[in-house]
Design a protein around this ligand. Structure first.
Ligand SMILES: *[C@@H]1O[C@H](CO)[C@@H](O)[C@H](O)[C@H]1NC(C)=O
Ligand SMILES: [Zn+2]
Length: 443
């Protein structure tokens, strides 16, 4: 028996390093647990780290739907479990491998270029960011968010058109969850718009704020989702022989482990052994500390489910400037919907999706009283889930950009900034020429 276990572990480790995992005939179901026993069974299953079950959404409690990917050799067991509780399931995706195969564009013509018609690897994204600082040395600086557990650079860009904007800092993070590829695609799109779109509303945004944008907050997990397991969510710091990684969005030091997070290393929502146990969250938190109260907006991109979420995750109470964030958020989802009809829901995390603690946004909100704080759950609502086809990158990015414009427009109406807007727009005219050379083409 011991030998068997050893062999199994060796095979599992080997597999995780050497080859891309396949999910042939793995089926995605949506169902709504209706009793405590079923919830407990599911929670145990989730915490066991059994690779036959992959929870696309955390178990949120009774009467809240769960999206669960089931391996073909577990379907019978799964169906029996639901039948015992008289729970119906909806089949969302019959064979997830087909979606993985069809997700990205694989064309030689596109390789080597950077655009929003395909998903890119970490190296491609980082090379593109570094290239921007060469192309726009006056406005773009590479910022160093530290080094991940496996030694990867965590880099972002600072975009600044005026030395007077530092009190109006906007921070954007994406891909803290590795498999949510649409999020870094949207973050890089936002960067491109801020640098290259001459639409007056976007120029105003770009030039009235200092922007810090980190497209990939979890580089180890993201790289692993490209090389080995497309459905990887967590970091890559090992915690037990078979279970690797903590959930970096349950690892921040505000209300840590106060609900909606697990203390089991095999769980997808493992909060880590202590707050900031992950080198990436630790170093990014010190980077965020260096900006501190200058941060006027903190935006976090996740997928999927089309929601615009506000703090906090530990309580449904309407804390801080909840009312204002709701007013701004409601307008933002109306403006987001205008382009393609994509419908979002807005609300506090705990009341809109589930109790979840240790998230980055909640920590930043609480620590620095940041006025504008939103977490996006981008497209879609489950048809493709994390495997959103590359042809949806541009529409997703464009509608998201519309909502960002809306958020800041509403915010500035509620909090007029005063005189320096005029000065800034003068500077903008001067710099218009140099700003747009060699970029753009995309709306
Ligand atoms: C997936 O299921 C189909 C239909 O049952 C079967 O023909 C096929 O061999 C399966 N694929 C794999 C890789 O198991
Ligand atoms: Zn996420």
């Amino acid at each position: 028996m011991k030998l068997l276990v050893a062999v199994f572990i060796a095979v599992a480790l080997e597999g995780s390093i050497a080859e891309k995992m396949r999910f042939d005939n793995h089926t995605l179901y949506r169902f709504t647990p209706n009793n405590k026993d079923l919830i407990d069974t599911l929670s145990n299953l989730e915490a066991s780290g059994d690779p036959g079950y992959n929870f696309f959404s955390p178990i949120r409690g009774q009467n809240v739907p769960v999206d669960l990917l089931v391996a073909p050799d577990r379907v019978q067991e799964f169906k029996t479990l639901l039948e015992q509780s008289n729970v119906q399931s909806e089949l969302l995706v019959p064979d997830i491998q087909k979606l993985i195969d069809n997700e990205n564009v694989k064309s030689d013509r596109l390789s080597g270029s950077f655009d929003w018609r395909q998903y890119h690897t970490l190296d491609e994204i980082n090379d593109w960011l570094r290239g921007l600082s060469d192309t726009y040395p006056e406005h773009v600086t590479i910022v160093d968010g530290g080094v991940s557990y496996e030694g990867r650079d965590i880099i972002g860009v600072k975009i600044s058109y005026s030395p007077n904007n530092h009190r109006h800092t906007v921070f954007i993070e994406a891909n803290i969850h590795a498999r949510e590829w649409i999020t870094s695609a949207v973050a890089t799109f936002v960067i491109n718009q801020l640098l290259g779109n001459d639409d007056p509303e976007i120029r105003h945004l770009a030039e009235s704020y200092d922007w810090y944008i980190f497209p990939v907050f979890n580089p180890d997990g993201f790289a692993y989702s490209h090389t080995t397991n497309r459905l990887w969510r967590k970091t890559r710091q090992p915690y037990s022989v078979l279970c690797v990684g903590a959930d970096p969005n349950r690892n921040w030091p505000y209300q840590w482990m106060q609900g909606g997070a697990s203390n089991n290393p095999c769980s997808e929502t493992y909060a880590g052994p202590s707050p900031l146990s992950e080198p990436s969250t630790l170093s990014l938190s010190s980077f965020i500390n260096s900006l501190g109260f200058q941060i006027e907006a903190y935006i976090s991109f996740h997928s999927y489910s089309q929601m615009l979420l506000l703090p906090y995750g530990h309580t449904t109470d309407h804390l801080d400037n909840y009312e204002e964030l709701m007013i701004i958020g409601e307008q933002a989802i109306v403006d987001l919907e205008k382009r393609y009809g994509t419908q979002y829901v807005v609300g506090n995390i705990a009341e809109t999706i589930y109790v979840a603690t240790g998230g980055s946004m909640d920590w930043v909100k609480h620590e620095y009283e940041v006025p504008l704080t939103y977490t996006y759950e981008l497209r879609d609502t489950g048809e493709y889930g994390f495997l959103l086809p590359a042809e949806q990158i541009l529409p997703t990015a464009l509608e998201t950009m519309d909502s960002l414009v809306s958020i800041f427009k509403s915010y500035e109406i509620l909090h007029p900034r005063g005189q320096n807007l005029v000065l800034e727009s003068k500077e903008q005219v001067q710099k218009d020429d140099e700003c747009c050379v060699g970029i753009g083409g995309l709306e």
